[in-house]
Design a protein around this ligand. Structure first.
Ligand code: MG
Ligand code: MG
Length: 601
């Protein structure tokens, strides 16, 4: 279906918004009146700019407080409307959005509302314009889609139809049964469809709408179900995003527009309208690649953790470190010098690397060059929203290129001794404005399942965290972000969590090898004693090593942390099979301990 986006959904001036929408690949835009008023371009210039960019102007919005008012007030409203219709003619827009009235002058009289909307439609018709009447969830007398439709039906004018807005419909918490009536509206009378999702929140609906709308798939509404009803009604107009959100208002328009279009592609797939290449769910973590200017401290840390340096890239300063099935690449090449030590790339084991890349490309993920250097094995890779490179790997599988072919084994590597079996999870820090997008990206592009989002108190702010995982837990990625733009995202650490079956032994070995574990305050252990029962001596052991403890219905989780190098630290974890979390309850204690260790605090 055609795609459109309201200019209010993007940041910047009108020209920037139009350029971003066109570059992302939208077919059209809704022009929000305030964006036009603030633009130095005249209506004809805006029209020409849109034509140059290949964008249709699908809607002009909004016209407010028109209907069900006393006659003299309605006369003034018609004069105001006529003025806007002349402007729309210059703009080349043929549909105007009229929201249900919130005016204190409006009366609860459907017959009067219908009569006056008919008069408005007659006037609009003379200008070749159609009126789309939308129920605001906080409309004074009309606040539901079916009420708005009854008035449109009673007004009975070909230039009058209804606009359905998913936020206003779903924010009322309607019973799914109430939505079935949408399919009974004649498709040609649904003039427009605006789509927005929102996180499920208990708050004033106007504030909720103005500040927390998000793109489809980022919130908690069943938009695919709603879209199904609208399609069954026979609607064939554009799918248009109308998303007001404090975050997008500040984020760069270009990437936001791409994320927005991706959300519409995913929605159409969920509603069964399109069939892009199917997701290829990763089956494991092939490697984590750290880049950094200085090989020494990271090598020492890996050695203390019991990793062995087993191979070196044939042509680049990249070392492969292994222990059990955990593989860490340490890249000290020229590109690594810029940002300090960080987790720059992740290898995901994929049953079909080329298929995974096709899926990613169909959902607008930036595809990376297949070879980083001419002599490298070709690998399928895309960039995640935070810039992390994701490689789709077939490690050592016959018939498929394997990244390991680029590596030459080093003679007589030391045996791996730390008791680490595999990578348990990776924690990636997202830019503050891309948290919801990151979750949608990992779900839709990679086919991972998203767990609930959790808020974690940090001594200097608030962190949000959301994990994405495959069904058997062999791929777990914790996406985290500071909740405010002021949060120092660049400095927020990423981590690689390593799974062991015996954390106490692993932690002791690490210390004996010269490793330093993060010191956890005594108060934490006093509180643990109050919350859980431990076997004799266990709590003392945990306290002695700085091991944190958590438990959920599925079992226990024990974990401890190394010190941080650049932006990266390691976590050692022992996870009972049924435990689903990441020790989020302990994160405030960990964050506070890390702040203590940071120079300058
Ligand atoms: Mg709307
Ligand atoms: Mg962790």
């Amino acid at each position: 279906m055609r795609t459109s986006i309201a200019t209010v959904s993007l940041s910047g001036g009108l020209t920037e918004k139009l350029t971003a929408a066109a570059r992302a690949g939208f077919d059209g835009v809704e022009i929000f009146e305030n964006d036009l008023l603030a633009s130095p371009l005249g209506p004809e210039e805006i029209r020409a700019r849109c034509a140059d960019l290949g964008l249709s102007i699908d809607l002009y919005q909004p016209m407010r407080d028109i209907e069900a008012v006393p006659p003299e007030e309605f006369g003034r409203n018609l004069r105001r409307a006529e003025h806007k219709f002349r402007l729309m003619q210059r703009l080349g827009a043929d549909t105007v959005l009229v929201c249900s009235s919130v005016s204190p002058l409006a009366v609860d009289d459907d017959a009067l509302a219908a009569l006056q909307l008919r008069r408005l439609a007659e006037l609009a018709d003379g200008f070749g314009i159609r009126v789309a009447y939308e129920a605001l969830a906080w409309g004074r007398h009309v606040s539901t889609y079916d009420h708005a439709w009854r008035i449109v039906e009673a007004a009975d004018h070909p230039a009058l139809g209804t606009c359905l807005d998913s936020f206003h419909i779903l924010a009322r918490g309607s019973d799914p049964k109430d939505l079935e009536g949408i399919a009974d509206i004649p498709g040609e009378k649904i003039f427009f469809l605006q789509l927005a999702d929102a996180p499920l929140m208990a708050m004033d609906v106007l504030q909720w709408s103005r500040h927390y709308r998000c793109f489809p798939g980022q919130g908690g509404f069943d938009l695919a179900g709603l879209l199904g009803h609208v399609i069954r009604a026979g609607y064939r107009g554009p799918l248009s995003l109308e998303v007001f959100n404090d975050v997008f208002r500040q984020a760069e328009a270009g990437p936001t527009a791409v994320d927005a279009l991706r959300s519409l592609l995913v929605l159409q797939e969920s509603a069964g309208l399109t069939e892009p290449p199917a997701p290829v769910v990763p089956t494991g973590i092939a490697f984590a690649e750290l880049t950094g200017p200085d090989v020494e401290p990271v090598s020492e840390l890996l050695e203390a953790l019991g990793f062995a340096r087993t191979a070196r890239h044939r042509s680049k300063p990249v070392d492969l470190w292994e222990q059990g099935e955990a593989r860490v690449l340490l890249n000290t090449g020229p590109g690594a010098r810029r940002d300090g030590t960080r987790l720059a790339a992740v290898g995901l084991e994929s049953p079909d690397p080329a298929g995974a890349a096709r899926r990613a490309e169909s959902l607008l993920a930036p595809v990376l060059p297949r070879r980083r250097a001419p002599e490298d094995v070709p690998l399928d890779a895309v960039a995640a929203p935070d810039g992390t490179e994701l490689f789709f790997c077939a490690t050592g599988r016959p018939g498929l290129p394997s990244w390991t072919s680029d590596f030459e084994p080093v003679g007589h590597p030391a045996p791996a001794t730390g008791g680490v079996r595999r990578i348990d999870h990776l924690a990636l820090t997202q830019p503050w404005h891309q948290f919801d997008e990151a979750a949608l990206f990992h779900r839709s592009v990679l086919g991972l399942g998203a767990q609930e989002s959790v808020d974690v108190a940090d001594p200097y702010g608030l962190l949000r965290s959301r994990a994405v995982t495959n069904a058997d837990g062999s791929v777990r990625i914790a996406l985290g972000v500071g909740a405010a733009p002021s949060a120092d995202d660049g400095g927020r650490a990423q981590h690689v969590a390593l799974a062991t079956d015996d954390l106490v032994t692993a932690a002791r070995r690490f210390r004996a090898a010269g490793g330093r574990l993060l010191t956890i305050p005594a108060n934490y252990y006093d509180d643990l004693a109050a919350r859980y029962e431990f076997a004799d001596g266990e709590l003392e052991t945990l306290r002695g090593l700085g091991i944190l403890y958590d438990r959920d219905a599925g079992g226990a989780f024990r974990h401890c942390y190394t010190e941080t190098i650049g932006r990266v630290f390691f976590e050692l974890v022992q996870r009972d099979e049924g435990y689903r979390g990441y020790g989020a309850g302990n994160a405030p204690v960990r964050l506070a301990a890390q702040h203590v260790r940071r120079p300058g605090r």
